[in-house]
Ligand binder design. Structure first.
Ligand code: G3H
Ligand code: 13P
Ligand code: ZN
Length: 311
């Protein structure tokens, strides 16, 4: 089937109490690992491309890789721009074949965020493309505990109806205590998320798809593998998978995962290179790396997001 938008995926996910995985792609092995997992799990999937990925691999290489994955599978695949920081990059991706874009105006004032998001929505909707907006800034929950004004980092539920109505966005990323990268909480700190904010947002926006960024769990076995084979990663704490499962049962329809894939790839490559110091053909270490990412994505789909069998 051709590339799809996220509209139907989100409607079914909302009703079914599960979430679609949105995984970042940067090269062929990552595209293949994710889409092979989706095929094996019969799961819908979102492949997302950041500005950094476009710079690294070039837009055309990534869209052609995704085109190949679409031909090679029969599950719904959406191609999404991750964290578009202005109208131009969103326009480029809409014109360049993406079926969904994120306009991340979260660093702007409320009014500026509405203005740029509205502009992207008008351009996208005329062309059948879906738009994700963001309200609130991702931050560690420790900031809220230690810094008095830090509540401003979390999404303010009182603002969401006005934001969604005035912009016309199709989904909304909110900040409830997740953050990007492998170091989401301080060593020894217990991960917490503001499910009360998610609950209030979903009551104010019934049936509306919510997005969770910064949702890697930072698989400890992979951190240990990295460190066993020459890496030096400090203690890294991610979002417990049972919390993601809970969010997926609530209004969260899209869960963004990148760091876990990076870690899986690095762990597999480090292990392979340590165990086979004579190898120099990249296919020898990229094969176990791709396999390891594929199995991680299958686990996320099947055991965490609940989207297996929903293609
Ligand atoms: O949200 C950020 C994603 O993990 C993408 O990261 O900008 O380094 O490609 P990147
Ligand atoms: P992680 O760094 O937790 O994987 O988050 C990825 C993300 O939110 C991409 O937009
Ligand atoms: Zn993100």
């Amino acid at each position: 089937m051709p590339l799809v938008t996220t509209k139907e995926m989100f409607r079914k996910a909302y009703e079914g109490g599960y979430a679609i995985g949105a995984f970042n792609v940067n090269n062929m092995e990552i595209v293949q690992a994710i889409t092979e997992a989706a095929q094996l799990e019969q799961a819908p999937v979102i492949l997302q491309v950041s500005a950094g990925a476009r710079k690294y691999a070039k837009h055309v290489y990534l869209t052609k890789l995704v085109e190949a994955a679409v031909l090679d599978t029969d599950v719904p695949i959406a191609l999404h721009l991750d964290h578009g920081d202005g109208f131009e990059i969103c326009k480029d991706c809409i014109d360049g074949g993406f079926t969904s874009v994120m306009i991340d105006g979260s660093k702007l004032s409320f009014e500026e965020n509405i203005a740029v998001t509205r502009k992207v929505v008008e351009y996208a909707h005329e062309r059948g493309v879906m738009v994700e907006g963001e309200l609130g800034k991702l931050a560690g929950i420790e900031d809220a505990v230690n810094v008095s004004e830090a509540d401003a980092q979390f999404t303010n539920p009182a603002e969401v109806e006005e934001f969604v109505t005035r912009t016309g966005v199709d989904s909304l990323a909110i900040a409830i205590g997740t953050s990007h990268g492998a170091y989401k909480f301080k060593p020894g700190q217990k991960p917490q998320l503001r499910f009360d904010i998610l609950q209030e947002v979903s009551e104010r926006l019934p049936g509306f798809p919510i997005v969770l960024h910064g949702a890697s769990s930072v698989i400890q076995a992979d951190v240990e593998t990295v460190n066993r084979f020459g890496g030096k990663m400090p203690d890294a704490i991610g979002i417990p998978e049972e919390m993601l499962r809970h969010a997926a049962e609530m209004a969260v329809c899209k869960i963004n995962i990148d760091s876990d894939l990076r870690l899986a790839m690095t762990a597999a490559i480090r292990q392979h290179m340590a165990e086979h110091p004579d190898h120099f053909d990249p296919r020898q270490y990229l094969t176990p790396a791709r396999d390891h990412i594929r199995e991680l994505v299958r686990h996320k789909m099947h055991d965490v997001l609940g989207c297996s069998g929903k293609a």
